[in-house]
Write a protein that binds this ligand. Structure first.
Ligand code: ADP
Length: 217
């Protein structure tokens, strides 16, 4: 489902964020990506979502070479991917419902079907009662759950998360991890960059560790 073949991502001037990385994931697998800050974890996730392109090597998602996709094809790739990334911020002038609705509006969903899906996604992360709340009125854990609802509202087969439990207290982090476990149980393929290995270890089938851009054996 996801396959890296000798992938290198170099940033000028000559800095290798990822160096000769190869691995593969089967559908429904949950893989953790660990490693120090700056090890290349975010870069790896961004290559899957075609936010970055490999300098060399091949990134395959469902057999598609995402590094070679034309610009116009990228929205179709992304529709199948849920992203919970640090830099995909919530819209602070829109309420919880509207934040989750946004990807469906962009995809051109009929409003009534969209509203149903938004409520289903909010329900899944335990925020149905908070649909009218602005993000600022939500706790850090609730904001993270809202970001997850937005990421999954298009029902992606693959969910990518970059440090989804960072800055959360241990109880809240555990709640967020449980949401990911639920998606894992219904067959979503998950790739999670985290320092919190212990939170996800029991259901992870693969642990990738990066060190200065290189995958440790
Ligand atoms: P991690 O997520 O493990 O902290 P990153 O993938 O964010 O690591 O970064 C890996 C390395 O690539 C770091 O040294 C970082 O400074 C560098 N890097 C990441 N993005 C860019 C960019 N857009 N331009 C230049 N260097 C970058």
């Amino acid at each position: 489902m996801i396959r890296f073949e000798h992938v290198t991502r170099r940033y000028p001037p000559g800095m290798e964020a990822l160096a000769d990385v190869s691995f593969s994931m089967k559908p429904g697998e949950l893989a953790l990506i660990g490693g120090h800050s700056g090890a290349g974890k975010s870069t790896l996730l961004k290559l899957i979502a075609a936010i970055e392109k490999p300098t060399s090597g091949t990134v395959l998602v469902n057999g598609q070479n995402v590094g070679a996709l034309k610009r116009a094809a990228i929205p179709y790739l992304r529709r199948n991917l849920g992203l919970v990334f640090q830099d995909q911020k919530l819209m602070f002038d829109r309420n919880a419902f509207e934040n989750v609705m946004l990807p469906l509006s962009i995809a051109g969903f009929p409003p009534r079907e969209a509203a149903k899906r938004v409520r289903a996604a909010l329900d899944k992360v335990g925020l149905l009662e908070r649909e009218k709340a602005l993000p600022i009125a939500l706790s850090g854990g609730e904001q993270q759950r809202l970001a997850i609802a937005r990421a999954v509202v298009c029902r992606p087969a693959i969910l990518l998360a970059d440090e989804p439990t960072a800055h959360l207290d241990p109880d809240t982090a555990r709640d967020v991890a449980e949401i990911f476990r639920d998606f894992h149980q219904v067959g979503v393929t998950l790739l999670i960059a985290t320092y919190d290995d212990a939170l996800f270890a029991e259901f992870a089938s693969q642990r990738l560790t990066l060190n200065h851009g290189r995958l440790l054996a």
